[in-house]
Ligand binder design. Structure first.
Ligand code: HAM
Length: 419
């Protein structure tokens, strides 16, 4: 066994540096909006996902890493985290007073999906969920945070694909109209759609089969069948987004692959990912808390695919900046002892220093340094020890100079390169 599990990869190097830059921005930006971090377990009882994501969804039907634990209980490696966060809200009784609760998370999710670019079986999501507020204003606030976050990272041409999927009360009217439409051209739809018309007719709207998409021409839209309150909600959100300069297009076929949504549903696609790959998705899910045993609570949220976001940023901006520490290379036994003491002093001052501890010849140390991307070597030999200096070699230019120890601390300025 010498390879990782199919669809699961190691994160390191440039890709991991992109992850880290994004994660740092998440804590900063989301924290400033009053969202607090939550970390839920990777394993949940299977029931949590079956009841929330939906029995008829592809995720539950085909994609879950589900197994019996040693106590014979069915558990699942989370395919998404909204269900887990809601379960945590209910367990910790955070929603009993109906106060707004804002949470964000980052972490790995697991779906047994067919592999393609930007689609993995272990992938990462960044998500934000807000509880206890039903207003379109709360959605606008959350979307402002999302857009400012993405634009702050350097993404420019983003557009929201927006729909309202109505409520369990308004859906039967749409379903009836859609059923009549479907029946009139049933032989143009694929087998899956024939199954969906019985289990979840709305999902036919986003069938990936080109024949089904063509057959949908002129279909009844969900928005036409919204109740008055949902219609007003949808209109108000669009007004707010326009006023806030958040570009969106209405997409009557957007229904999302998870069953818990009510009213607002949205996705952001990125042209850098290929036509069918969403960078993120989310929406309102007012019935879910109650369904998982909590009080009747409004909720709204979204999740970004972190792997996909890192991929887009790399395409747009190249490698993530890499600022490796300076390498301190002592020559000889006396210098080796002094180098540890000196490095300790510098670490204490917040400088970034890596220590060469092999006691190897200078040439070998410099060769390794070159191969591992070090930019600055600080060489401490007998002569330097006596003078209280280091010989400095800039590995990218080959330039050499000599710095006093005080100068070194000043020049490194905590960053590992000359300031
Ligand atoms: P989702 O649309 O299933 O929504 O996933 C959100 C994002 O996760 C996708 O847009 C995509 O970027 C990323 N993603 C999904 N599957 C994969 C995969 N196999 N490989 C790489 N990236 C992937 C949810 O999960 C909801 N929980 C979002 C939400 C939060 N709704 C309300 N609150």
């Amino acid at each position: 066994m010498s390879s990782s599990v199919k669809g699961m990869r190691d994160l390191l190097g440039d890709e991991l540096r992109w992850f880290q830059r994004i994660e740092e921005a998440v804590h900063r930006v989301f924290g400033a909006h009053g969202y607090r971090e939550i970390r839920t377990p990777i394993l949940e009882y299977t029931e949590v996902f079956k009841r929330s994501v939906g029995d008829s969804s592809d995720i539950v039907n085909k994609e879950m890493y589900e197994f019996l634990d040693k106590g014979n209980r069915s558990v699942t490696m989370r395919p998404e985290n909204t269900a887990g966060v809601v379960r945590a809200m209910v367990d910790h009784k955070l929603l009993v007073n109906n106060d707004p609760q804002l949470f964000y998370y980052m972490g790995p999710m697991f779906r047994y999906e067919r592999m393609q670019a930007g689609r993995y079986r272990q992938f990462w999501q960044i998500g934000a969920e807000s509880f206890g507020v039903a207003s379109p204003e709360s959605e606008a606030e959350s979307l402002v945070m999302l857009f400012d976050f993405l634009q702050g990272l350097g993404l420019k041409s983003l557009s929201l694909s927006l729909n309202s999927v109505g409520t369990p009360e308004s859906r039967p009217a749409f379903n009836a109209a859609f059923r009549a439409f479907f029946d009139a051209r049933a032989n143009h739809f694929c087998e899956d759609c024939h199954r969906r018309i019985e289990t979840n007719p709305m999902r036919i709207l986003d069938c990936k089969n080109p024949g089904c998409q063509a057959a949908l021409e002129g279909h009844p839209t969900i928005v036409e069948f919204l109740d008055e309150a949902s219609k007003a909600h949808h209109t108000r959100l669009k007004e707010l987004l326009t006023a806030l300069d958040i570009p969106f297009t209405e997409n009557p076929r957007l229904v999302r692959g998870l069953d818990y949504y009510t009213r607002t549903a949205f996705e952001v696609l990125s042209s850098d990912l290929g036509a069918q790959s969403a960078l993120l998705g989310g929406g309102r899910y007012d019935g879910l808390v109650k369904m998982l045993g909590g009080p009747d609570t409004a909720a709204f949220g979204w999740a970004i695919g972190l792997d996909r976001l890192a991929m887009v940023l790399k395409q747009l901006q190249g490698d993530a900046p890499f600022d490796p520490p300076a390498l301190l290379i002592p020559l000889g036994e006396k210098a080796s002892a002094e180098a540890i003491r000196l490095a300790r002093e510098w670490w204490g001052k917040g400088l970034s220093i890596q220590l060469e501890t092999r006691g190897c010849p200078l040439k070998k140390a410099l060769q390794s340094a070159n191969r591992t991307g070090v930019k600055l070597a600080l060489i401490l030999g007998e002569g330097e020890l006596e003078k209280g200096t280091v010989a400095v070699k800039h590995l990218d230019t080959g330039e050499q100079e000599e710095w006093s120890l005080e100068e070194t601390a000043l020049n490194l300025g905590g960053k590992g390169t000359r300031s």
